[in-house]
Design a binder for this molecule. Structure first.
Ligand SMILES: [Zn+2]
Length: 339
């Protein structure tokens, strides 16, 4: 008898533990699955541009287009048919300036998109990105000093104005994404002062300075004209700092937290979920994560359906209640077909 055989026989004694009993059939596996996916948990992002009849494909994000507002009612009907309940709106203004004026103008592109969607589809949950980077000609997330440093407290007042303009147009949830100190408190105060107590804040509490935002910057035309965002977004090496960021946003009145990106930061999703179980947690499955899967699938290197559902399941398993994802429509359709 070889050493290997002796070892196997010992492991198969009567009474041996056999976890494989639960994996024998699909029905058994379904019965004990710990994490499930539902379109209820998906948030679908829109990139809204000015003009009419615009549907401009984004080359680095196959299947995702920039859209003008007139395309939104049909999109909302498609999402409803798929069971997707929420969208996140990003605006690409017609004109940019150093102060990002269109970000909070009543007839800005996002404000118009919010009104169009609320009219067409009152039950759809409207989340809006609150930041300046798509609106400033320098592409940074706030006002700059002479050295190109993003001014914190001076920018907070504008973030408040952006949030109020979105709430006025009908946004349900505003989502500040700039990682500025005190942004949640400033926005809560601005909303409450204008009697928008019902508008919720989903804070990008933990957002890393990531290479995986590359395709998004094509999509939102918001790449910084110079420098980077490392003076406000977090260093990828830091996890304890994520808990500190999240704690500050909870203190300031955030109604939900978000971790971005998702895939390289599932440990952070897990630890924020554990430390702040009282608040809903979202994770942003970002453009670069989407592009990687799409590129591999286009080359025949991955089974796209399986890979996407596995990625989304992994993000939920790590502790996210909601997933902002460009895969939302396709994933929802796959889930419908397999139900
Ligand atoms: Zn920004």
């Amino acid at each position: 008898m070889t050493e290997f055989e002796a070892h196997s026989i010992e492991a198969l004694q009567p009474g041996a533990r056999r976890p494989r009993r639960w994996r024998r059939t699909a029905a058994l596996r379904d019965l004990i699955r710990e994490t499930s996916l539902s379109p209820d948990d998906f948030v679908y992002p829109f990139f809204v541009v000015t003009g009419e009849g615009v549907r401009r494909p984004i080359p680095s994000m196959p299947g995702i287009d920039q859209l003008s507002t007139d395309a939104l009612p049909a999109e909302a009907r498609e999402l409803a048919a798929l069971g997707i309940k929420a969208v996140l709106l990003f605006g690409i203004p017609s004109a940019k300036d150093p102060l990002g004026h269109e970000s909070h103008s009543e007839d800005g592109v996002v404000q118009e998109a919010i009104r169009t969607l609320k009219d067409a589809s009152p039950q759809l949950v409207l989340m809006t990105d609150v930041c300046l980077c798509e609106y400033t000609d320098h592409g940074h997330c706030g006002l700059l000093d002479d050295e190109g440093y993003v001014l914190n407290d001076e920018t907070l007042e504008i973030l408040g104005r952006i949030a109020v303009s979105h709430a006025e147009a009908g946004a349900d949830i505003v989502a500040p994404s700039g990682m500025l100190d005190g942004m949640v408190g400033a926005i809560r105060a601005a909303l409450d002062a204008e009697r928008f107590q019902r508008t919720a804040i989903l804070s990008y509490a933990v957002k890393y300075a990531s290479a995986f935002y590359g395709p998004f910057r094509d999509a939102a035309q918001g790449a910084p004209a110079f420098g980077d965002r490392k003076s406000h977004q977090m260093d990828p090496g830091n996890a304890r700092e994520a808990l500190r960021e999240a704690a500050l946003d909870v203190e300031q009145g955030a109604d939900a937290l978000l971790v971005k990106p998702a895939l390289g930061y599932l440990d952070v999703v897990g630890s924020v979920h554990e430390r702040f179980p009282e608040l809903p947690l979202a994770a942003y499955n970002v453009s670069g994560e989407y592009a990687m899967v799409k590129a591999a699938a286009a080359n025949g290197w991955l089974d796209e359906r399986q890979a996407v559902l596995e990625v989304l399941t992994g993000i939920r398993r790590a502790g996210a209640d909601l997933i902002v994802t460009y895969h939302a429509k396709e994933a929802a359709a796959w889930l419908q077909r397999s139900a």
